[in-house]
Design a protein around this ligand. Sequence first.
Ligand SMILES: [Zn+2]
Length: 306
Amino acid sequence: MVLKILFIFFALVGYSFSMEIKQFYKNMYMVRGVDGMPSVENKGFMSNAYAILTKEGWVVIDSLSTPELSKEFLSGLQKIKKAPVKYLIITHYHPDHWYGASTFKEVGSTVIAHKKLNEFYKTPEAKMAVEASNQRFGGIYKNVKLIPADIEITSTYDLKVGEYNLSIIPTAPAHTDNDIVVLVKGENILFVGDLVYLNRIPFAGDRGASVKNWLKILKDMENLNPKIILGGHNQPMDITAIKFTYDYLNYTRETVKKLKDDGKTLDQIKAYINQNSPYKNFVMYDTFNDPNVYKIYNDLDLEDFQ
Ligand SMILES: [Zn+2]
């Protein structure tokens, strides 16, 4: 009986958090993290990572939260095809996209990210953030070694790898002040980091975020007419996800703006939105909505002086 219960327990744990690499399109692969905040149970595997197999080798997009996770991803890719990882592209500096990067640096990949990720890397805060997160989330980041990008993105950067032509496009400030997206030209496949979601609430509370510019960027992305959109926290999406994200951010911003103009306090605005938001049943609402409202409220103050 005890053995049976143990077996079921491990089967469930193993099932929930095993890293299964799935092919979502020809030569393109992904791992899908669980929905939620990082924890000892999920080992920080709460975001997606992607890989494109080219004739020259792999291109990896985002590096997961820890070296342990990125090593598991790398060894899975090598089982699909033993080939060098030519490039690692990091969509932005959040832990679940950047903290696993050292694995790829160690195998000789060229690392590409926004210039502002490198600027952050050089500040003492970068290391302090790793330590603080490690304390907060049960030590899951203890083996993280931060690494900077070799190629810094400040304007659209075209990269030819094997038979693929990629366009790396800076889109900051939006979700952070160092977002980039990756367009696979010809195929119209777009890797968007944390800029697009479907039926899940985006996080707009990073201090470098700008919801105002994020809304503009979403329109620009819609104009690229992507066939498949790959984000940090969803299954592969189509263009309707851009509308979902736009509508949530626009509703929240417009509501905060109106209530603020009416003289309501931040707490009154939060209470009103938590009562009335059409988005309150979506994944991550309880975690991210209040910080999003707070950030939008404060940014409106700054805009008043511009
Ligand atoms: Zn993020």
